[in-house]
Design a protein around this ligand. Structure first.
Ligand code: GLA
Length: 408
């Protein structure tokens, strides 16, 4: 059981009724220079989905080693991110120390950097993190300076205890005022990070409240969670996917929608489900932060996570997030534009009954295409011909992901 799960659930339950609608006005911010980091969706690995509160310095070093040894680094995975539970206590000067699981954060950062990788860390704008550890309220600049002195390259900033400790205390029952407090808290950390002079990716983790995609880029957010937490099961992954439709226009170089970290290789996901999850996160221009047990990664999981064609879609420099073009029964068709006029199309059979949606007839016309198209199937690597209304066999929870270089 993750130690933060009950706190997170309580916080989300408390707030879910009142914080899901349109954004309130953004306060003036000085942190709006164009981002020079995360020009394509950040790729890397994060400790939470597999290790949760158990993560140690050794796990981070082992994972960094594995990212190199497995070829994930060469495939583009660069950030090694420590999630919650690294924090110790503050000393009499307010300086935050690590806990005994992380004896020397600077040495750990140096180690990760020595592998040609970057390192990320985690905190909260509240007094405590989601896991109940020391967080940054009242120490924002001091913590940002500390991260920079360690050589940190990425911060995930998770709302959690800021809700009861500040929003509900300072502005009880005033939703608009609570939202202003939340936005100001993220703005404060964004400015604190900028003041360090070190380029540090800022990841907002506040579960998509208050249409975060509308205000996060202006205050320097490079990515923002659009949902609650992912879990390693198909229903939850599909639930998160469904929440992404309509958000495409908010993504672009330096600022990305984040439907949460990958569960590829975790839980009991089938190979088809792992493929579909990875394909759709790639199509969504989502950050690709693996969350699996790298030292024990199976070859078939490695080949999903390192598929170059699928990663190239995710990392396409235009940064155009896929849109859902149409659905037929439980089959969904998504597409996105890529550089040089190419397009990617994902056809996902989200249905649990193989036969309810079969055969599926692909409409090229609905995708704005005219006549037969030559495409590359990114999972088999083969060239295929797509024809109008052609029946396609698509097993349950599986996906056909294709790239068309010269669409007609
Ligand atoms: C929240 C976040 C998770 C993780 C945990 C850590 O639940 O959404 O991604 O960071 O906190 O406590």
């Amino acid at each position: 059981m993750r130690i933060s799960a009950s706190l997170s659930l309580a916080v989300l339950a408390l707030a879910s009724l009142s914080f899901t609608t349109e954004a309130v006005a953004l306060p003036p911010t000085a942190a709006s220079t164009p981002s020079q980091v995360a020009l394509t969706p950040p790729m890397g690995w994060n400790s939470w989905n597999y290790f949760a509160e158990r993560v140690t310095d050794k796990d981070i070093r082992d994972s960094a080693d594995q990212i190199v040894a497995t070829g994930m680094k060469d495939a583009g995975y660069i950030y090694v991110n420590i999630d919650d539970t690294w924090e110790g206590e503050r000393d009499s000067s307010g300086v935050l120390h690590t806990n005994s699981k992380f004896p020397d954060m600077k040495a750990l950062a140096d180690y990760v950097h020595s592998k040609g990788l970057k390192i990320g860390i985690y905190s909260s704008p509240g007094p405590k993190t989601c896991g109940g550890y020391e967080a940054s309220l009242g120490h924002e600049q001091q913590d940002a300076d500390l991260y920079a002195s360690w050589g940190i390259d990425y911060l995930k900033y998770d709302l959690c205890s800021f809700i009861p400790a500040v929003m509900e205390k300072q502005a009880p029952h005033d939703r608009a005022a609570q939202m202003r407090l939340m936005i100001a808290a993220y703005d404060k950390m964004s400015k604190a990070l900028k003041a360090t002079g070190r380029p540090i990716v800022l990841s907002l983790c506040q579960y998509g409240w208050d249409s975060v995609w509308e205000w996060a880029p202006a205050l320097g957010g490079n990515l923002w969670r659009t949902t609650g937490d992912i879990e390693p099961n198909w229903d939850r992954i599909y639930d998160l996917l469904e929440q992404q439709s309509g958000l495409a226009s908010y993504a672009g170089p330096g600022h990305w929608n984040d439907p949460d970290m990958l569960e590829v290789g975790n839980g009991k996901l089938s190979l088809a489900e792992n493929r579909s999850h990875f394909s759709m996160w790639a199509m969504l221009a989502s950050p690709l932060l693996a969350g699996n047990d790298l030292p024990h990664m199976k070859p078939e999981i490695k080949s999903i996570l390192t598929n170059p064609g699928v990663i190239a879609i995710n990392q396409d420099p235009l940064g155009h997030q896929a849109r859902r073009v149409y659905s037929q029964g439980e089959v969904e068709v998504w597409s996105r534009e890529l550089k040089d006029g190419a397009i990617a199309i994902a056809i996902l059979n989200a249905g649990s009954d193989l036969y309810s949606t079969h055969p599926f007839h692909l409409s090229l016309a609905k995708l704005g295409l005219h006549g037969p198209q030559t495409a590359k199937d990114l999972w088999t690597g083969k060239s295929i011909q797509l024809k109008e209304n052609e029946p396609l066999e698509l097993p349950s929870h599986d996906i056909l992901l294709v790239k068309i270089d010269a669409p007609k």
